[in-house]
Design a protein around this ligand. Structure first.
Ligand code: NAD
Ligand code: UD1
Length: 338
């Protein structure tokens, strides 16, 4: 079976490509490298001892997509390609709507024309907005997203649902990720963000390698046990393995299904700081600062639907998430380099 992985050179895509190769799938990675480097693909090949086909192309380029489908027999698509920065999405909403939404529409039209109607899509817990109470369940209302990035995920979910309603030959799996952290335990692939990271773990890692002086914890007056924000951090390898189960689902049956991919456990910012301190064996410099606009107290999943229907659950605990992230970052202080 051959799987097209859009955005497969990126953080989650590279870990998923690795698990697909390990599971015996043929992997074709399509990425425009706007937020990644081919080094990640080389390392996936090095770790697995298997080859992945790499195509540098943009999901908005219909002709390129048509060529990919004409030249390869593709059984299903895992669609990671997208822009993902919340603050950048406020500055450049049109770029986000064009890249993420138009890109997905172009991809689906190329899939439809090629008769490949099986897709697993990277959605996000951000579609639950700020008003639902955790644990978040797939049947809770969505719609009140708080930033343009989140709105792209919401609209793409709707577009894929409508596509299935119009043509029941489609098989769609919408995966709502919680907070992916961690790295492959080889320490050879991991998250390599550009510039100053917005997300907690990449920011902490810059402090660990001495590139930033200290962590600023955004608020200590939230309605949580220790006053700092609580999130459902999930090891990226568990997340990748969830995609293997989802791809089996879309290959096996038609339908349109939504699954949370989280652990169901909420950890605070101070818990994450303590986990990293345990992994590095020293205290992490930090200070408390004001809340970040738009941040909520608590966000964690009810992961029971994925367990019941996909036979998947997260297995890696917080210590493992921190150890693996630290191994990757200390072994690669400049990420994949220039
Ligand atoms: P990433 O930026 O590392 O990977 C995305 C990849 O897509 C990159 O390699 C980038 O070069 C590529 N890409 C972007 N636009 C493209 C285009 N038009 N054509 C071809 N390739 C394109 O991000 P990630 O963390 O691996 O996230 C993967 C997906 O999961 C994204 O859709 C993201 O929105 C979603 N997601 C991520 C998180 C998270 O916290 N990391 C949480 C929820 C959802
Ligand atoms: C953020 C996005 C969300 C996106 C997700 C994954 C916002 C408002 N939300 O979620 O839409 O889907 O990333 O990309 O941007 N924190 C600090 N100091 C830091 C960084 C973060 O204290 O330097 C805290 C935050 O206040 C939060 C927690 O750490 O409590 C996690 O933050 P982050 O990693 O940015 O993820 P989310 O806020 O959950």
């Amino acid at each position: 079976m051959s799987i097209l992985v859009t955005g497969g050179a990126g953080y989650i895509g590279s870990h998923t490509a690795l698990e697909l190769l390990n599971a015996g799938y043929d992997v074709i990675i399509l990425d425009n490298l706007c937020n990644s480097k081919t080094e990640s693909v080389k390392r996936v090949e090095e770790i697995t001892g298997k080859k992945a086909k790499f195509i540098e192309a943009d999901i908005r380029d219909r002709e390129a997509l048509d060529r990919v489908f004409a030249q390869n027999s593709i059984d299903a698509v895992i669609h990671f390609a997208g822009l993902k920065s919340v603050p950048e999405s406020w500055q450049k909403p049109l770029d986000y709507y064009e890249n993420n939404i138009s890109g997905t529409v172009t991809l689906c039209k190329a899939m439809q024309a090629a008769g490949c109607k099986k897709i697993v899509f990277s959605s996000s817990a951000t579609v639950y907005g700020a008003e639902n109470e955790s644990p978040l369940r797939e049947d809770m209302p969505t719609g009140k997203t708080t930033n343009p990035y989140g709105t792209t995920k919401l609209y793409i979910e709707k577009i894929l649902q409508d596509t299935y309603e119009a043509d029941k030959e489609w098989s769609v799996c919408l995966l709502r990720y919680f907070n992916p952290i961690g790295a492959h335990e080889s320490g050879r692939i991991g998250e390599d963000p550009r510039g100053i990271p917005n997300n907690l773990m990449p920011y902490i890692m810059r402090v660990v390698v001495g590139k930033l002086p200290e962590l600023t914890i955004y608020g200590n007056d939230f309605n949580t046990p220790d006053g700092t924000g609580v999130r459902d951090y999930i090891h990226v390898v568990d997340l990748a393995l969830g995609h293997i189960k989802a791809v089996e689902k879309v290959l096996g049956e038609t339908g349109c299904n939504i699954y949370n991919l989280g652990t169901g456990i909420g950890y605070s910012v101070l818990d994450i700081k303590a986990g990293v301190e345990k992994a590095i064996g020293r205290p992490l410099p930090f200070k408390f600062g004001p809340r970040r606009a738009g941040d909520i107290d608590t966000c964690f999943s009810d992961p029971s639907k994925a367990k019941a229907e996909l036979g998947w659950e997260a297995k890696r605990d917080l210590d493992k998430m921190c150890e693996d992230t630290v191994r990757w970052q200390l072994g690669n202080p400049d990420g994949y380099g220039d």
